[in-house]
Design a binder for this molecule. Sequence first.
Ligand SMILES: Cc1cc2nc3c(=O)[nH]c(=O)nc-3n(C[C@H](O)[C@H](O)[C@H](O)COP(=O)(O)OP(=O)(O)OC[C@H]3O[C@@H](n4cnc5c(N)ncnc54)[C@H](O)[C@@H]3O)c2cc1C
Length: 399
Amino acid sequence: MTDHASCSTVLSAPKIAIIGGGLTGLLTATLLECASNQTGSSSNTPQITIFEKSRSVGRLATRYRSDSETGKNWQWSFGAQFFTAKTAVFQQFIAPWLDTGLLQPWCAEVIELTASSDNYQSPNIQSKEQWDVVHARYISTPKMTSWGRELAAALKHTTIVFKTRVAPLAQYLQSQHQIQNQTHNQTFNQNSKQTELFDETGASLGWFDWVICTAPNGQAIELMSDSGFAQQDKITKPQMQACYTLMLGWDDVQKLPETLNGQLAPQWDVAYLNSAVLDRIFIEHQKPARDELLPSVTIHARNDWSETHVDDDIESVKEQLLQAAKQALNWNEASAPSQTDCHRWRYAATIVNKDTEELGILIDETKQWIVSGDWCAKGNIESSYRMAQQTVKAVMQTQ
Ligand SMILES: Cc1cc2nc3c(=O)[nH]c(=O)nc-3n(C[C@H](O)[C@H](O)[C@H](O)COP(=O)(O)OP(=O)(O)OC[C@H]3O[C@@H](n4cnc5c(N)ncnc54)[C@H](O)[C@@H]3O)c2cc1C
């Protein structure tokens, strides 16, 4: 791990719970461990527990499917496609994984695509730009999840508990207050500043000096509501929008429509769409270190369209997206995809208002609770790193 600015202060052995094992949670644990390593004393080593309700690492998501005949895979990064590293400190942080090749720049050819108004004409394709190594977009290889898994595996003083949903903090504050009269128990202990967390079945997950919530905005609102969190009013400020993702696969490159096989236009990797429904198309099998894949294409719908349709039946959404994709990519019966799948992200993107100040992490110093996540900044992976830095600074200031 590189030596960077956020590793420069000292910790003294707190018990820390992190709710959420997405990149914000993993980066927070990584930077906390990094900070404690600098003390050189094992008595100061924080005991970190990450509670993650699913079985994998957050919105960095990869889906794959195997062809039973060839054994080859289709693969779709159906959450984040890539990330940027605009600051020197984040560039320095990712450098070790760039050296090993786990992270790689994606120098994609980007086009702008406007579908034809009838179904039989080719779309209008205009070359837009090539992403370069100076303003690089990075991907994780061989899968988008690989970096998250690597970060998790490198953690030495952190336990990750998957398939465990932390219950809203208020639920047990209230029930414990009732019991308190009889037993003097309480969920938040004012004197020691410790908090007891519970899972959704009511089982105790332990007592912690710090609770750091990294759930997406909507879930953070539920987790913290009525808990007495000092910054509750601010959690509702950022708005998050949904995103539907369409995943398409073809059995062979020969079966791709002309729009994808390089015959109609120069080979491209990413398309920005002029469409009321679709936002971007990403060609997965042309990314670095994805040569072995069967032709796989991921399409993100527009956030505003997705938000309007967020509670619709997923099959009907899939049909509408397939229709829009067919129009954009102009496939016929012979060149139609053999694999189709659709995923709904209820909390996908933070609406960023350039005129308003960034929220930053929300801290309740009395309770030692922090609410963090990519949505506290610009809603991307680089924001996750910055929010992790802010969290580590806040925790260390009290040590
Ligand atoms: C469709 C899509 C496209 C995107 N594209 C890009 C992109 O191109 N570039 C980019 O930089 N970023 C992109 N992003 C954003 C990027 O994925 C996130 O910024 C990044 O993954 C970090 O997220 P996070 O850790 O803050 O949140 P998450 O990854 O959502 O992690 C939070 C975790 O908290 C868990 N959780 C929630 N409630 C509880 C609970 N009660 N108990 C236990 N666990 C809980 C969730 O299961 C989740 O795993 C995209 C996201 C989506 C959905």
